[in-house]
Design a protein. Sequence first.
Length: 569
Amino acid sequence: MRITTATGMLWRGLCMIVPLLFASVNLRNKGIAASAETNYKGKWELFSQNSGVSAMHLILLPKTNNSLMFDATIFKTSRLKFQDPHCQNVVVPKSLVEEHCFAHSVLMDFETTKVKPLRLKYDTWCSSGALDVKGRLVSTGGFNNGSDTVRILDKCDDCTWKEYPGTLGNGRWYATQVTLGDGRFMVFGGRDFPTYEFVPTEGKRNTKNQVIDFKFLRETHDPVENNLYPFVYLHTDGNLFIFANNRSVLLNPKTNSIVHEFPVLPNGARSYPSSGFSCMLPITLQPDEKRSVIPAEVLVCGGAAHNAFTLANLTRPPVFPPATKDCGLIDISQMQKATWKILQMPSPRILGDALVLPTGDVLLVNGAKSGSAGWENARDPNLVPVLYSVASSSFKELNPSTIPRMYHSTSAVLPDARILIAGSNTNDGYLDVALFPTETRVEKFSPHYFDPALDRFRTEIVYDKKAKRINYGMPFKLQVKGGDENLDMQKLQVNIYNPPFTTHGISMNQRMIRLGISDVKKDKDAKDVSVISLQGAPNGNVAPPGYYMLFVVYNGVPCRRAMWINVNK
Ligand SMILES: *[C@@H]1O[C@H](CO)[C@@H](O)[C@H](O)[C@H]1NC(C)=O
Ligand SMILES: *[C@@H]1O[C@H](CO)[C@@H](O)[C@H](O)[C@H]1NC(C)=O
Ligand SMILES: *[C@@H]1O[C@H](CO)[C@@H](O)[C@H](O)[C@H]1NC(C)=O
Ligand SMILES: *[C@@H]1O[C@H](CO)[C@@H](O)[C@H](O)[C@H]1NC(C)=O
């Protein structure tokens, strides 16, 4: 199916001139900054013995040191009780009152392991979410009475969930939330609802009329779904790239028309329950960015055969087919000329995460080597994280973990460039004894760039209050300490990263933008300080408004700690 609109024609016209522009940009502008060689394979540490709640969903809250972890109220139990004296002797909930003793969402300080339980009333099971312009989490959907609920959690120390049931026009269970260039949210799909809708502003409700039927989700529905939690990315031209099962389209959210359909990605299904994982590669800007179309590439990896869930969950004895070993990479800005480049990972993987590291490379982590999604449906934990290098388009295995992270596991990039790894197999209510018990241990992984030999390249951002709000197109300066005698511009990157909402192998709204650097100079007054001149992203379609972590990367090594910035008009 191919639908052509006037917008589609226009973009294709513009695409013709892009290759010419490409020829004249240097390597650095393609995101290939020089980086130091290392054979260091990373290091794992057990960070916390018990997060209390198994992190089925995980997101960092800006400016605090808080990671938010939550599962589902349907489980009734967890490994953390509220302080109520009545609750202290309750082991297994037997009544509605006792169910209220167990937390289903926590804020965990990712520096100290301190955990704070937060009450949730409407079920968040397999829900969706994103940070809004103010850095609050806006969570959508879930199960049962949570499926049409919108919840908001602000980032203050004593904030609690605000819950708005009956807000969405359709139930959203296994749906995907995406942020548009103007900061509004849309939610796509979910079980039994091949539709989408805008998330209304706080306190407003959608009627059924505000729900838009989406034939693409209807068409990509297999007998066992395989189109839930679709991968959705805002393209730099304001259209939405939507991938479900093995197909993908560009949707114009203003006209609700499909602008382009990309070729099918062969070799199995990639969406839930054949859960693959995906990310958008860093969007690389030039200093004084003027291109009419800014390239954007999407990586879709792993997954399983179309019938994997049937074999693992509905067949007796169960069969656990091998997971998919390949990835597809596509430049969505090429439109008609876009094709999938097929890459082979070192090992098959399902239920993993694709996290964009502060350097712009991708970490493939967590998951299994066979089976499907569902809490007893996967086997052969894939303990080996894989580094995908964007510059060389190649994979490298890093040091393995010892803790299986199967269905319902999550991960997040921290401001110190380490990776937080949590969750796995909530099962139907926290099993201590099972083939894969419910996991509440939390680990941290220090990737390859923590090679002690590279420590001298770790810079430190000198905080400048004025630089914390970055307006679109605004030139600004960053002061940086260390890294080298004289910072070499060819080895320097400044990357801003939007903390994603991670669940089920999907990291919603994960986005990295590599800012254009125009100049690097020694500071006049402090000789160990360098001043980087750069420019904010051009508009909201490139970088939706909100909070980002800003990482300075020198010689392939991220700075000691990212700075939180607010990107806005
Ligand atoms: C977060 O942790 C870092 C490192 O321990 C610390 O320097 C900083 O003050 C903490 N920030 C907040 C808001 O607690
Ligand atoms: C939502 O539904 C669950 C049962 O699935 C019930 O325990 C809970 O009390 C309901 N929440 C509210 C606020 O009605
Ligand atoms: C894409 O998925 C559909 C099932 O939804 C399947 O029938 C079709 O063969 C797949 N296409 C390819 C090229 O794998
Ligand atoms: C199938 O999956 C569902 C949901 O994940 C689970 O409740 C059920 O126990 C599974 N059935 C079998 C036979 O594995």
